[in-house]
Design a protein around this ligand. Structure first.
Ligand code: FE2
Length: 198
């Protein structure tokens, strides 16, 4: 069970679930428009959007994950992103490649669909941070229109892992996307759950 106070967890899915997530990702890419302004390739599926166009196995795994936090009343499923980033396209001067916390507090489940070592641009997350401790800071930063983080004491951990790795994190924990290099690319699927009270 995910510890919402801690706000961070890692794990691995089975090979069967990895295959299902890969198929779901390909189907989302086929039925959802690609977002044009992001510094990576992003396809978005919202709640109940185009679900009828998915195959039954994809629909089932989509709904299973989207309903994962139904017993956490402070969270509401919001959207799925399929993201592909590569060395050529990563603009490291903009989000998500700079340390930040999200303006809208969200708990995200990110599944790696490909093996992710340093050259593939893993997620980096600040160590030993209690998400609620950043809530006041997030509100001030959001009001200012700025959510970058530059605190020198923060230590970031690279979330490397093989295809099938997942991590769950509260976006109040400072984080950033690593820059792919040496021809590295990564493919992920991410489920977002917005915090209702913020
Ligand atoms: Fe973020």
């Amino acid at each position: 069970m995910f510890d919402h106070e801690c706000g961070f967890s890692v794990g691995n899915v089975s090979q069967t679930d990895l295959r299902l997530l890969k198929t779901l990702s390909e189907e989302i890419k086929a039925v959802c428009p690609k977002r044009s302004w992001t510094p990576a390739h992003v396809w978005q599926m919202g709640e109940n959007e185009n679900i009828q166009n998915l195959s039954r196995p994809s629909r089932n795994i989509f709904l299973a994950i989207a309903n994962l936090f139904v017993k956490a009343p402070h969270l509401l499923f919001q959207k799925v992103w399929v993201v592909e980033s590569s060395a050529n396209e990563a603009d490291t001067t903009v989000l998500p490649f700079l340390p930040h916390f999200d303006r809208n507090r969200t708990t995200k489940i990110m599944f790696y669909l490909t093996d992710v070592e340093l050259k593939h641009g893993p997620m980096f997350i600040a160590k030993d941070i209690i998400p609620s401790a950043f809530e006041a800071k997030r509100k001030v930063a959001t009001a200012r229109g700025d959510n970058l983080v530059s605190d020198a004491y923060l230590e970031f951990l690279a979330l490397t892992g093989n295809a099938g790795h997942f991590h769950i994190f509260d976006t109040n924990i400072p984080h950033y996307a690593g820059r792919p290099f040496d021809g590295g690319m990564r493919q992920i699927i991410r489920f977002d759950f917005i915090h209702k009270d913020q």
